[in-house]
Design a protein. Structure first.
Length: 218
């Protein structure tokens, strides 16, 4: 059975939340302008899973109208009661590179205790490539949450600010090989003599995965 705007609308209007999620998943098979219109009412659906699926779709469908998407995502970032949906909103803001929301992300990062939201915000800052993100990423590197640190390392690499190298040096001694692996990738993007020196050291890392990754940049 072919997917049409009418068939998707029927699913989205269903009282069964599983049908609504299926309809949301089928939106990618429609023209973006049509899909963008259909997804919007689902953003505030009563079912958490439906809202999450809908907000996640804005990562790509939002390109149809970035200003409207920014309005929607800001609302979910601040007003949705579910942390995973707030995190999905931050993810979509990053994916759409809505740098106008930088101050919103910074505010939520410091207001929330939910690590999932903080991780999504840190990842979004990497996608932004906005120099304003440096200080927040520096703060995330000092977190006691290893996942948040790992994501911050990657975002520092994406940001491309040469000051990041000094902030990242200590992670070459991390006990977590995944942290060192992400460090290799970040340093390769940052470049420079000091970064290259650390990369050379990491070519002899005890972890084969880390050493192999570092060797790619020698």
């Amino acid at each position: 059975m072919s997917v049409t705007p009418e068939s998707v609308k029927t699913l989205l209007d269903s009282e069964n939340f599983g049908d609504r999620i299926r309809g949301i998943n089928q939106l990618r098979q429609l023209e973006v302008n049509t899909a963008f219109g259909l997804v919007q009412p689902m953003i505030t659906d009563s079912n958490t899973r439906v809202r999450y699926a809908a907000v996640s779709q804005l990562d790509t469908l939002g390109i149809e109208n970035k200003q409207k998407s920014l309005e929607i995502l800001r609302d979910r970032l601040f007003n949705d009661p579910e942390p995973d949906i707030q995190a999905a909103a931050a993810d979509a803001i990053g994916g759409l590179k809505l740098t106008e929301a930088f101050e919103d992300l910074d505010r939520i990062y410091h207001q929330t205790d939910e690590w999932l939201i903080q991780v999504s915000i840190v990842a979004a800052l990497g996608e932004f490539g906005d120099p304003r993100g440096f200080e927040l990423l520096k703060e995330a590197l000092a977190s006691d949450n290893s996942l948040l640190q790992t994501v911050a390392i990657g975002s520092m690499g994406e940001l491309g600010d040469p000051r990041a190298v000094e902030e990242l040096i200590a992670f070459a001694e991390s006990d977590d090989w995944q942290v060192r692996y992400r460090l290799v990738q970040a340093l390769a993007k940052l470049g420079g003599d000091k970064a290259n020196s650390i990369l050379a050291k990491l070519t002899r890392d005890p972890s084969a995965e880390v050493a192999k990754e570092a060797q790619k940049y020698q």
